[in-house]
Design a protein around this ligand. Structure first.
Ligand code: XMP
Length: 517
């Protein structure tokens, strides 16, 4: 069992980030609602607790509280923002409620530069940039606490009770704007909690290989490979554990990006030597989608068809005992949060949610404790190519919801070519992996007049979409270089027959969405 840190979630938008940062310090960490029963939390045998921020005031009626087991455990505790106020409130300090929020960058001055919480954090007289986002603040420290850092606005930007190993910070060490925040969290988990740095891809792979073998025994496993990162990494990991007992089913619905289908077959069948059933279902999908323009109808039909084809192929394989899925930790956290906070819900993959009752499999979900960046690290460690590991998120219904209006093979091919030009230019500029979170082309259901040579043209229009975002809930349009946009536009109009106009989408989310449908 790994040395484990538990983050108790008080509702901050940054709670998941805390857990990610701790894992970046190679320490295993799980995020749970503060309401989770003590027995569940203590079964992890944690080495320390981190209390997240949250939107409440400790004075709100029904405000989230600090469960008794946290302090009774005698373990180190780090309280961040609301977590700091909660500790102060509980231990006899005073929290000042406030209507005004302090939001944004502040400079932190260390009163105790040698404090272990601040080890390896170079600082100057100017102060350390940190990110504040709070209304209430601690006005009087609880007995036995002493201030260890201040900012212009907060005399107690950080405070500690060394004896009991309680540490509190008003700012958010987990966000990138707190430039040395990762180091601070690393100091807490390593030096103060004494955790070993044993959460590494190699360790994880070794453990999961053993766990998968123990779960599956001699059974047979089927997995739906979509071309995306999660199912690809799950396939590679399970294959390493049980080899030929795994069969992956890849349904080519003709709605993938340029070269994607070939790459899946090439990687998994040819290079990994995996049992792969590649189904060419392009005609079937095109027939089904003919004349359909409503986005939700497209989604529904595509999802249902996938289930039917997957079922058909799985039945052909004979006795199958397990269904493997690329569920990842954010899915687990989100589904648990939707129901009772303490519930441990399994989210059914949207693609295979509707399998018939006589096809109930046990689930194998080796990635359910990993964040996306960890999934990518595992993928690389398992030998998957960068093009798969670093692929941007792609919606389940694929190009169908980027091909606005009627879906025909000819229109899909146009879209695929335009998209490949855009993304290859972004890749060449180093903007596909970093710099844009999602970038793609959309084929619009309009024609416009143009002129090429001496000829009047009347052809279709492509919109380019590129966004930056951390969580895909909100997004901003990427401020791409104008010369790059000019090159992409020129190439698309010259190289893709049937497109004579290119536009760039400058709508953020909200009010827009990332996809156009
Ligand atoms: P929107 O367009 O809602 O997209 O801003 C947010 C994220 O969700 C993806 N997306 C989908 N993913 N099936 C999926 O698997 C879908 O039907 C779907 N619709 C949107 C989108 O690509 C973006 O990453």
């Amino acid at each position: 069992m790994h040395d484990t840190i538990i983050v108790l979630d008080y509702g901050s938008q940054y709670s998941q980030l805390i857990a990610r940062r701790v894992r970046e310090a190679n320490v295993y960490c799980e995020l749970y609602s503060w309401r989770t029963p003590a027995a569940k939390i203590l079964s992890h045998n944690p080495k320390g607790f981190i209390l997240s921020g949250g939107p409440n005031s400790v004075y709100d009626e029904g405000a989230p509280t600090l469960p008794d087991y946290v302090l009774e455990s005698g373990l180190p505790v780090l309280g961040i923002c609301y977590g700091m106020q909660l500790l102060a409130h509980k231990l006899g300090g005073r929290v000042a409620s406030s209507q005004a929020r302090e939001y944004g960058r502040a400079l932190l001055h260390l009163d105790s530069p040698d404090h272990p919480l601040f080890a390896h954090m170079p600082h100057s007289a100017e102060g350390l940039p940190v990110w504040m986002s709070h209304g209430d603040k601690v006005e009087a420290l609880a007995p036995h606490f002493r201030p260890i850092a201040h900012s212009d606005n907060a005399p107690f930007a950080a405070a500690a009770d060394e004896q009991r190993r309680y540490y509190t910070v008003q700012f958010h060490p987990e966000v990138v704007h707190t430039e040395q925040g990762t180091q601070l969290l690393s100091n807490f988990v390593h030096t103060i909690c004494g955790c070993h740095a044993d959460w590494t891809p190699a360790n994880f792979i070794e453990e999961q290989v053993a766990a998968i073998r123990a779960q599956v025994g001699n059974g047979r496993v089927v997995l739906g490979l979509s071309g995306g990162v999660d199912s690809a990494v799950a396939a590679a990991l399970i294959h390493r554990a049980i080899g030929d007992q795994l069969t992956s089913v890849f349904v080519d619905h003709g709605l993938l990006r340029w070269g994607e289908a070939e790459q899946v077959v090439d990687t998994f069948q040819d290079r990994f030597g995996m049992n792969l059933v590649a189904v060419n279902a392009i005609e079937e999908y095109l027939d089904m989608l003919a004349g359909i323009t409503d986005p939700e109808r497209k989604r529904k039909l595509i999802g249902e068809k996938f289930v039917r084809i997957f079922e058909r192929e799985a039945r052909k394989l004979g006795q199958i005992d397990f269904l493997a899925q690329g569920t990842i930790y954010p899915d687990v956290i989100e589904s648990a949060a939707k129901d009772r906070p303490e519930a441990h819900t399994i989210k059914t993959h949207h693609n295979v949610g509707g399998l018939p009752d006589d096809m109930q499999f046990q689930l194998v979900e080796p990635l359910r404790w990993l964040f996306k960046d960890e999934v990518r690290r595992m993928g690389t460690a398992l030998g998957l190519p960068d093009e798969i590991v670093w692929r941007q998120p792609f919606p389940g219904p694929g190009l169908a919801i980027r091909c606005l209006g009627e879906i025909t093979w000819e229109r899909l091919e146009k879209l695929r070519k335009a998209d490949a030009i855009f993304t290859s230019e972004l890749a060449a500029a180093g903007l596909l992996r970093w710099g844009t979170a999602q970038a793609f082309a959309v084929l619009l259901p309009v024609k416009s007049v143009g002129v090429m040579g001496d000829q009047r043209t009347y052809d279709e229009v492509v919109a380019l979409r590129a966004v930056t975002t951390d969580d895909f809930m909100t997004a901003d349009w990427a401020r791409l270089d104008l010369d790059l946009l000019a090159r992409v536009s020129r190439r698309i109009v010259n190289e893709v027959k049937g497109i004579n106009r290119v536009t760039y989408d400058i709508t953020s989310k909200p009010p827009g969405t990332i996809e156009w449908e």
